[in-house]
Design a protein around this ligand. Structure first.
Ligand code: PT1
Length: 279
């Protein structure tokens, strides 16, 4: 399996590491300043050195209860960073956005793909993504970031998430997005109980057998904190790596992570095991 980016292809025969680059300053006025941009460039350089294959740039915080961001604010945060990274690095850049203006301006500024936690559900997003002809990641969420953790409920979480993602993938194909360029994501932590999240993790092989690439993001999330009794996200690094390893082993193609180095090390172990299976 491989992704067709504008200027390169991304081989998915081994799990790829997507490094997280948040550009979500506390104040709007901080977007596009020298401090924001140089911090983003430094962070990107570090993740590349540690083994990142893709950089995911996000200007909207989507963790539970995060406040909403206006399109203007999101544009001011994201576009200068995309431009600065594109000037300096050849690595594929992903836009973590649901906003049509950010998709269009971000791809024009040199980004390579779209990662939408709202699965291209905003008016015009599906059509815009299809016209841009870039890979898209479609994620499942129940509710909105503001409400999703209030009372998540499913009769059968695995069946419902699978059905949603298949339907969105088919809608994308009908809109003209090539199957090779569709990535699915069960959306760990997005309107799911701890039990729901682990049921999805366990069932990943069912997602991995669909004819689409599979991305997972669970780095430092509450589902990790809940089982190791750790409230500080920064203290969830080791357990996050272990969970990402299980996802890679269950067929995930792209791992979206904060901690690139430990993820690369653990993938090296997985690769050694896979090679041993060929002897
Ligand atoms: C994700 C993801 C994302 N996660 C994709 N994009 C976030 N494709 C942002 C918590 O429970 O999984 N896939 N973009 C971050 N969102 C969250 C959600 C962060 C839940 C934290 C939690 O702690």
């Amino acid at each position: 399996m491989q992704l067709q980016l504008k200027h390169q292809t991304l081989d998915l025969s081994r799990p790829q590491i997507m490094g997280i680059l948040n550009v979500t300053p506390d104040s709007f006025s901080d977007g596009g300043t020298y401090t924001t941009i140089s911090a983003a460039v430094d962070h990107c350089a570090r993740m590349l050195k540690e083994g990142a294959d893709i950089i995911d740039i996000g200007g909207e915080s989507t963790r539970p209860y995060a406040p909403k961001v206006s399109p203007e604010e999101e544009l001011a945060r994201v576009i200068p960073v995309v431009e600065a990274l594109r000037q300096r690095f050849a690595v594929p850049l992903s836009l973590d956005t649901s906003t049509v203006q950010v998709m269009t301006a971000g791809i024009a500024a040199g980004a390579d793909m779209i990662n939408d936690i709202r699965a291209l559900s905003r008016p015009g997003a599906l059509e815009a993504a299809a016209a841009l002809q870039v890979p898209v990641c479609l994620m499942h969420m129940q509710g909105t970031p503001q409400s999703m953790q209030v009372k998540p409920h499913y009769d059968n979480v695995v069946a419902e998430v699978l059905a949603f993602l298949k339907a969105r993938a088919h809608a994308c194909e009908r809109a003209g997005i090539k199957r090779e360029n569709i990535i699915l994501d069960p959306g760990f932590g997005f309107g799911k109980s701890v039990r729901d999240n682990y049921a999805l993790l366990n069932a990943l092989p069912q997602f991995a057998t669909l004819p689409y690439a599979l991305l997972i993001g669970l780095s430092r999330k509450s589902m990790i904190g809940a089982v190791i009794h750790e409230n500080d996200p920064k203290a969830r690094v080791n357990a996050s790596a272990a969970a990402a390893m299980l996802c890679a082993e269950r067929g995930a193609h792209i791992l979206r992570v904060h901690d690139v180095k430990v993820t690369a090390q653990m993938l090296a172990v997985l690769q050694a095991v896979k090679e041993a299976a060929c002897y």
